[in-house]
Design a protein around this ligand. Structure first.
Ligand code: MG
Length: 279
């Protein structure tokens, strides 16, 4: 990994030929491959170059509300043909970790159908919280049908039922059309943290669990992996924490000025205008 100040400059042309260095390339999706339902130019060709170079490609998202099958279908719409084994969500990693810790755990949850499906698939038992019950985990993710009743269930499970508070991710906002934002999963996690006075164990980026899971599945060392994303505080941060190389594309939320203003310890190894430079 390189780390000189010059690395924060935007690279142009074909200066690095970085692909030969990596066994695994991990793509964040929103802001890297697409914006909402619009493909970002050059993304399909970049993924194809990864395959041609012999790198294994994974797709990684904090979004816990959509199933991996749905992501496979969305990727296919943009010409990226893959299967669920290459799609890693914070919901999938949460299910894998919790089922490994307690295979038949009782779980109270707030979250979308994608999260419920992942937790049930590995054999975890989704339960309502009733007074006097003991619960293993209270899992909180993005939920567009959030209600006071759901908050009260999770609150009770944590405060009185002995459940460990788990957050799929802490993204404050969710991207909407036209550059607007909506409240993200982190805003719901914050409500539960406020009422319970507890902080959760968080699974998604920038915590290391999702990317470590990919390295384990791929049987690859951190330095053999390139993490590509559009956010310093999640994508680049998780790559740095795990010891992978990192590349930031300026097609999403982060600007070149943001990179220049960032602490050197938070900057990526590469900064690219778009994925044309991944070769
Ligand atoms: Mg993104």
């Amino acid at each position: 990994m390189s780390g000189s100040p010059g690395d924060s400059q935007i690279e142009t042309g074909d200066p690095m030929g970085v692909l030969a260095r990596y066994k695994v390339v991990v793509f964040d999706m929103d802001g890297v491959l697409w914006t909402m339902n619009d493909p970002i130019h050059h993304s399909r060709e970049a993924v194809e170059r990864c395959h041609t170079a012999g790198a294994r490609v994974f797709y990684l998202t904090n979004n816990a509300s959509i199933s991996r099958e749905d992501y496979v279908h969305k990727l296919a719409r943009f010409g990226l043909i893959t299967d669920t084994s290459a799609v890693i969500t914070s919901a999938h990693t949460t299910a894998a970790i919790l089922s490994q810790e307690r295979p038949d755990a009782r779980v109270v949850m707030i979250g979308g159908p994608g999260l419920r499906q992942e937790l049930e698939t590995v054999g975890l038992r989704m339960v309502p919280y009733a007074e006097g019950d003991s619960v293993d985990y209270a899992v909180v993710g993005w939920d567009t049908d959030l209600s006071y009743q759901k908050l009260a269930q999770v609150h009770g499970a944590i405060v009185r039922g002995g459940a460990e508070f788990i957050a799929t991710n802490r993204d404050a906002t969710y991207p909407d059309a036209g550059g607007r934002t909506l409240p993200g999963g982190g805003s719901i996690v914050a409500a539960v943290a406020c009422s319970t006075g507890r902080e959760p164990r968080t699974i998604g980026k920038p915590e290391p669990h999702t990317l470590r899971y990919i390295l384990e599945v791929a049987g690859c060392a951190p330095h053999e992996c390139l993490m590509v994303g559009d956010r310093l505080d999640t994508d680049i941060a998780v790559g740095r924490r795990v010891g992978a190389d990192t590349a930031l594309v300026l097609t999403g939320v982060t600007t070149a000025a943001d990179v220049a203003a960032a602490d050197p310890t938070e900057r990526p190894d590469h900064v690219w205008e778009d994925l044309r430079d991944l070769r």
